[in-house]
Design a protein around this ligand. Structure first.
Ligand code: BTN
Length: 246
């Protein structure tokens, strides 16, 4: 890994730590890891359960020269990086649910939160936050996550995973794919994403403030949005939100 690295004990959220570093000029690739987060954050204002020593709670500073509209592609890139690393190091056949949840055994094993900071109307930096449930046991999950979340240890029938080895593989994959993306654009990332997706070809329900819609997930658009086909053959792009595989 060519970026700098910080290993912290207890923090509120590695996102805030990475932001602080980015604001004070930390170079692209700076990565922050914490043993424990007391205020881990998920997408859509949700909490992210981050017990001590049980997971990989990390945030990486990125400084891509991209239009803001294209940042969802980075979210998909991060999903591909983590999915590849998990499969390689642990043998768990994780899959990606659009846009960036990693599932194993039908349950969530990893979440990704990409946050962008703007300056003078353009992108200033991004923080890619990655949370991987590595060695949590069923007892480590609070009631609201039972049946929803799982861990690599649970998926391996109780065999723990070396967190350093997995974290190293995540960084290696992230760096490789990020360089590939900068050289060749979104196409190779999109192809990898599609090959790891558990969403494409499935009937999907989408809940938005405007209501619920359903359709068949048929592909990704150029910005990483999901293409949904309704029963009349009409295709719409979904750029954000929470989907349900039905
Ligand atoms: C989600 O699926 O909702 C995204 C979860 C992202 C969690 C990670 S853990 C490291 C980083 N710090 C945070 O507070 N959140 C992200």
């Amino acid at each position: 890994w060519s970026g700098g690295m910080q290993l912290l004990e207890t923090v509120v959220s590695t996102q805030e730590e990475a932001k602080r570093l980015a604001e004070s000029g930390a170079p692209e690739g700076t990565a922050v890891f914490a043993e424990e987060q007391t205020g881990g954050r998920g997408r859509m204002g949700r909490k992210w359960h981050s017990p001590r020593g049980k997971g990989i709670w990390m945030s990486v500073v990125l400084r891509p020269k991209l239009p803001l509209l294209m940042t969802p592609q980075l979210t998909l890139l991060a999903g591909v990086a983590v999915c590849t690393a998990i499969r390689q190091v642990t043998g768990v056949q994780a899959g990606i649910k659009w846009p960036n949840d990693l599932l194993a055994g039908g349950r969530k094993i990893c979440g990704i939160l990409l946050e962008s900071s703007l300056r003078e109307g353009g992108l200033h930096y991004c923080i890619a936050g990655i949370g991987i449930a590595v060695n949590l046991t069923e007892e480590d999950y609070p009631d609201y996550l039972r049946g929803v979340g799982t861990s690599l240890l649970i998926q391996r029938g109780g065999i723990p995973v070396d967190r350093s080895e997995l974290a190293g593989a995540v960084l290696t994959e992230l760096e490789y794919l990020y360089n590939l993306y900068m050289e060749q654009g979104f196409k190779p990332i999109r192809e990898l994403w599609e090959s790891m997706s558990v969403t494409l070809g499935r009937q999907i329900a989408l809940n938005t403030p405007q209501g619920r819609s359903e359709g068949l997930a048929v592909g990704l658009d150029d910005n990483g949005g999901l293409l949904l086909e309704d029963e009349t053959g009409h295709i719409t792009n979904v750029c954000s939100g929470e989907i349900e595989i039905i």
